[in-house]
Design a protein around this ligand. Structure first.
Ligand SMILES: C[S@@+](CC[C@H](N)C(=O)[O-])C[C@H]1O[C@@H](n2cnc3c(N)ncnc32)[C@H](O)[C@@H]1O
Length: 403
């Protein structure tokens, strides 16, 4: 492990998970066509400086807040200008001596670290200043906004795919998305980073952005075709087409699918519904059903579906939508069919196809939650027949992505 000079706590606080060399090389290939002799390439969270090793004739600048990392970077390279400083404070080209007219490329793998997330909360301690105009609860988002403040012309960095595909995160990127447009995006599994391999893997994008006064709106991301780097998960998939075309499995596009969000309530209502207290719709009053809050597919992996008791995290099921909750319950048991890059998406659905295979879904849900039986009109079918129905459904739904 390359960031071995840091203890566990500092690694978490600094987001120091160094990039495997094969990924550094891909980033270099992506920026190479844009590098000229007067180009400046900066990695403002450079660690040991690996992203700056291969920059040919460009002027290279490295920066890291971590003193030891910078001293290792100094030994690794003679011609990189190195700064041991906080990249998020007093952000400007002048800070690094970059002329205003230089073509500036940012490369690297900035830290991401959600300051408000509960995971490892107790040891998180961010103790450096961040310029107000780029502040965010996630360090990675601040880094992206710092590149916009540097007026970088081209940006090639790794970051969680969730920054782009989750609408709330996308909104936090503000000035960044107003000034940049994604021109290439390669999806990589977090499991490629040795230290994150023990957690549920999530999608990371190696993203290439170009400065563009048009910027990009969320819809642009929704229909963007991302390339897929890690096909390991797809070993057992249908034969891979030899030629890459728009529909090849090397692409992933959000708008190729429909999502469950339009069919159910994803989050609890702000107020505890009166039906639970006992003065509304008859069947819900007598026999309310509860479902755990949904976030994304990775959260569904960890969480339950139908639950017995009401809490702040439960949805009171609107029984008219019960079939769709059953759908999610079955979907959860079939998550192994999906590759890593769906991790931050909502549950996928093909409503017409679902209607065709509904009895298979209901049978499966009732088998796992017998108490639900009385709530469904559809008669359960043979277990074997249900299993094969589900298999067909998921193969058709996931298509070339099916594992
Ligand atoms: C994911 S590592 C990347 C290191 C290297 N670029 C690589 O990929 O191998 C993130 C780096 O960001 C540095 N870092 C964290 N906060 C920083 C800040 N505010 N200013 C500059 N560097 C920072 C950490 O010390 C760490 O070296």
């Amino acid at each position: 492990m390359s960031q071995a000079h840091l203890g566990y706590e500092s690694r978490v606080n600094l987001g120091s998970y160094y990039t495997p060399p094969e990924i550094v090389n891909i980033a270099w290939e992506m920026i190479e066509p844009y590098v000229r002799s007067q180009t400046t390439v900066i990695d403002s969270a450079c660690g040991y400086g690996d992203f700056l090793k291969n920059c040919g004739q460009a002027i290279t600048i490295g920066c890291d807040i971590d003193e030891t990392a910078i001293s290792v970077a100094k030994k690794n390279s003679d011609d990189v200008r190195l700064f041991q400083t906080n990249a998020l404070c007093d952000v400007s080209r002048a800070k690094f001596g970059i002329p205003q007219q230089s073509y500036l490329i940012v490369v690297g793998n900035p830290p991401y670290n959600d300051k408000t997330s509960l995971i490892r909360h107790s040891i998180k301690d961010i103790n450096f200043d961040i310029d107000e105009d780029i502040a965010s609860r996630d360090l990675g988002i601040s880094f992206l906004r710092s590149y916009s403040k540097l007026e970088a012309d081209l940006i090639c960095v790794l970051h969680p795919l969730s920054y782009l595909i989750k609408p709330t995160n996308f909104r936090h990127l503000k000035e960044f998305t107003a000034n940049y447009r994604l021109i290439d995006g390669l999806l990589i599994s977090s499991s490629k980073f040795p230290e994150s391999a023990k957690h549920t893997s999530f999608p990371i994008v190696l993203a290439l952005y170009q400065r563009d006064t048009q910027g990009m709106a969320y819809n642009f991301i929704h229909s963007f075709r991302f390339r897929i780097a890690d096909k390991e998960n797809k070993k057992h998939a249908a034969p891979i087409k030899p030629q890459r075309d728009a529909m090849s499995i090397e692409d992933f596009c959000l708008s190729d699918f429909d999502y469950i969000t339009g069919y159910v309530d994803k989050y609890p209502k702000k107020k505890r519904p009166t039906s639970v207290e006992g003065n509304s719709h008859h069947s819900e009053k007598d026999n309310p059903l509860f479902f755990w809050t949904m976030r994304d597919i990775n959260a569904l992996k960890r969480n339950r579906t139908f639950v017995e008791n009401y809490s702040a995290n439960t949805i009171v099921i609107d029984k008219r939508k019960l079939d769709y909750y059953a759908y999610i319950d079955v979907f959860k048991r079939n998550l192994h069919r999906l590759p890593f890059y769906f991790g931050n998406c909502d549950v996928l659905i093909d409503d017409n196809l679902f209607k065709q295979y509904k009895s298979a879904f209901i049978t499966d849900t009732v088998r796992h939650h017998p108490f639900l039986k009385k709530h469904f009109q559809i008669k359960p079918i043979e277990e074997q027949q249900a299993a094969s129905g589900l298999d067909t459904y998921f193969k058709l739904l996931f298509g070339e992505h099916h594992i």
